[in-house]
Every structure is written in structure tokens, then in C-alpha cells.
Design a protein around this ligand. Structure first.
Ligand SMILES: Nc1ncnc2c1ncn2[C@@H]1O[C@H](COP(=O)(O)OP(=O)(O)OP(=O)(O)O)[C@@H](O)[C@H]1O
Ligand SMILES: [Mg+2]
Length: 347
């Protein structure tokens, strides 16, 4: 299998991830069970599933940081077990909790990482600067990593994954701990990079999946339970609003809601038991992360006005099924905690 040169057969599939029959046992516990999929150049694949589904375990095996019980992974045609060095050169991996050198300064750390990844001394500074620009850590380049906030540390870990400009990116919850602006930056970055790379991204934020992923894989109890283009899974559905279950004065709730420019209209629907649903509909130009931030701000104001809040639910277009609902139904079948709220779809 060894010995193909740059013009050999394998050069043609340099950007492809191929996973077949991947399995991981911890004692008698099966964390990952016969998982197979491929990712091609130009694809951004979202890896979804409830806590403990086996996402990180799969990604760790894929990146060569954990041995598989069974199965095979090739990155760009190189086997992660038998040709680990070559396979890892194809890959930028951002683990779930990145162990960064806290005493090092950001640029210094990235130079060090670039050298470990085989970036030549001549190219190193250019590569490091590009990665810092892409991950938006340029402004903290001389700060010690230990002094950075969680969101910024995540960005440094992302810069680390990007620094050698690998053709494959495997990112385990890259936006965990980031604020909405940072999340948007990462989303834009992935969109910008995607034509040239094969990308896998695990996340709990369904809006993120909607915005960047060309395809999703849903994992439950170590098995793939759904896979396909988002459009196919959601049948073209779109979240158009948010419902907030509450107790309190209806007219006041509505007035507080309409103070936000992002909200096109609001209505309060009686639900009995003293509880009502405040339904708000986003203006069509409001991006998902802005909607999340506004919802949070709105909920704070409602609480300040002495309303009792009971939970939120996404409102989809009538007759359409959104990703949250699909995900909830897939995961709930196994008696697992649903990520989406267990509400019917709104009016
Ligand atoms: N070293 C280990 N020893 C035993 N069990 C483990 C080990 N690592 C993970 N597991 C178990 O394997 C299962 C899958 O864990 P994994 O971290 O892959 O889930 P995940 O889908 O990434 O979840 P999360 O969304 O919480 O990050 C869990 O039940 C976990 O407890
Ligand atoms: Mg995980």
C-alpha cells in the first residue's frame, strides 16, 4: 500500500474521509457501533447526537488519538492505523477539550504547533499569521494562553487545527463556549474554507448545522440513525419564530416583545392552566444567532417584569418539520433526553 508518490492514485482522493465499520468497546460497553460514512472535498458534515452518543469517541478514533476496537479509517487514502504519520498530515483536529500550553503566548504556541506539523521554517510565519487571521486571534497573539477567556481559547484551538492548512478538518464542538459573534465568525470561516476541504463538525447547535452543513449524520447510542442532506431531512422546513411558554400579563409580554426590532410580530395564545405561549416571528433578515441572542435578552426582560417562564420551542412553517423536531423524534425513540423541547409545533 505504501509508496504512491504525489502523482499516484492516492493523490486523487487526498481530501476524502473514509470510515468503515468503526467500533469502540469500553469493556462490555459499546460506545461506537459499526459506524461507516464518507466525506468528500467540498462537504461540511454535521455530526449530531445527544450527550454520550459517541460523537467525540468517533472523532477521536478518526483523528488517530484513540485506537478502534474494529473498523478502518482512511484520510486522503492513508490508513490512520497503518500510516498514521501520513494520515495525520492530512488532518486538522480540534478536540472536545483542547489541552493548550497555558504558559505559551498565542503566536509562539502556533509556531510551535506548525513546526510539529511539518510546516517548513520558511513558510511558518505566513501559515501562523493566516491561521491567526482566520480564527480571529491576531489581536491576542502576544497574550499567554492561560490568560485567555474560554471562547478565545477555543479560537486558539481552532487556529491550531488550521495552522498547517490541512485538506481535512475534524472539529469537535468548535463553538462551545463562544459568544454569538464568535460563532458567526466560525460559521463564515467554515463556509469560506469548505470548497477546498472535507470538514466534519460536531455540534449541539442545530442552527449552526442549518447554516453551514451540507449534510448531517445523527448518532444515537453509538449508531448512525439518520444521514443525509439537511434539505432532505427537514423537507425544506425553516424555523420562522420562537414560542415562549409563560405565566403573567399577556399585554405586557406582548409589549415587551414588540420593543425588539428583530421581531416582526408577536401573539399570545392561551394554553389553559394559567399558562400561555408567547409566539414571536422573526423578520426574515434576522440570522439564527441573532435570534438566539434576542431571545435571551427578551427572556431576561420578561423575567424582570415578573413573568414566570416555562421553556421555549421553535416555531416552524406550517406543515413543515424542522431539524429540531426530527432530531428530537430520532433521539427520543431510544428513551434519551431530547435536545429539542417536547412541544407540538406552533400555530
Ligand atoms: N475512556 C472511557 N471509558 C469508558 N467509557 C467511556 C470512555 N470515554 C467515553 N466513554 C463513554 O462512551 C460514550 C460516548 O461518549 P462520547 O464522549 O463519545 O459522547 P459524545 O457524543 O461526544 O457526547 P457529548 O455530546 O456529551 O460530547 C459515553 O457513554 C461515555 O461515557
Ligand atoms: Mg463529545
Amino acid at each position: 500500500m505504501r509508496g504512491f508518490n504525489a502523482f499516484g492514485k492516492r493523490a486523487t482522493d487526498r481530501r476524502v474521509i473514509d470510515v468503515s465499520g468503526l467500533t469502540k468497546h469500553y469493556g462490555t460497553y459499546v460506545a461506537v457501533d459499526d459506524v461507516s460514512f464518507r466525506v468528500a472535498r467540498g462537504e461540511v458534515v454535521g455530526f449530531l447526537g445527544p450527550n454520550g452518543a459517541g460523537k467525540s469517541t468517533t472523532l477521536r478514533m478518526l483523528a488517530g488519538y484513540l485506537g478502534a476496537t474494529r473498523g478502518r479509517v482512511t484520510l486522503g487514502g492513508y490508513d490512520i492505523a497503518d500510516e498514521a504519520m501520513l494520515a495525520k498530515q492530512q488532518l486538522g483536529y480540534m478536540p472536545e477539550s483542547a489541552a493548550l500550553y497555558t504558559e505559551m503566548r498565542v503566536a509562539e504556541y502556533l509556531r510551535f504547533r506548525a513546526s510539529l506539523k511539518g510546516v517548513s521554517k520558511r513558510d511558518r510565519e505566513t501559515f501562523v499569521i493566516r491561521a491567526m487571521m482566520r480564527a480571529h486571534v491576531h489581536d491576542v497573539r502576544e497574550v499567554r494562553i492561560g490568560e485567555l477567556s474560554k471562547g478565545y481559547r477555543q479560537r486558539v484551538a481552532l487556529a491550531d487545527a488550521l495552522v498547517a492548512d490541512p485538506p481535512i478538518l475534524v472539529l469537535d464542538e468548535p463553538t462551545a463556549g463562544m459568544d454569538p459573534n464568535q460563532i458567526r465568525d466560525v460559521r463564515d470561516l467554515l463556509r469560506e474554507l469548505s470548497p477546498e476541504k472535507a470538514i466534519i463538525l460536531s455540534t449541539h447547535i442545530l442552527g449552526e448545522v442549518d447554516a453551514v452543513c451540507t449534510r448531517v449524520i445523527v448518532l444515537v447510542k453509538g449508531r448512525i440513525v439518520a444521514e443525509g442532506p439537511i434539505a432532505e431531512l427537514t423537507r425544506g422546513a425553516r424555523t420562522v419564530g420562537t414560542g415562549i411558554r409563560f405565566r403573567g400579563r399577556h399585554d405586557l409580554a406582548k409589549a415587551i416583545t414588540m420593543a425588539f426590532d428583530e421581531i416582526a410580530k408577536a401573539a399570545v395564545i392561551e394554553r389553559g392552566d394559567d399558562e400561555a405561549m408567547l409566539c414571536l416571528y422573526w423578520r426574515s433578515d434576522v440570522p439564527g444567532d441573532r435570534a438566539v441572542a434576542v431571545t435571551e435578552a427578551l427572556m431576561e426582560r420578561l423575567i424582570a417584569a415578573k413573568m414566570k417562564l416555562r421553556g421555549t420551542v421553535d416555531l416552524a412553517e406550517r406543515g413543515a418539520q424542522d431539524l429540531d423536531a426530527i432530531f428530537a423524534s430520532l433521539t427520543r425513540n431510544d428513551g434519551l433526553v431530547p435536545v429539542a423541547k417536547d412541544e407540538g409545533k406552533a400555530p
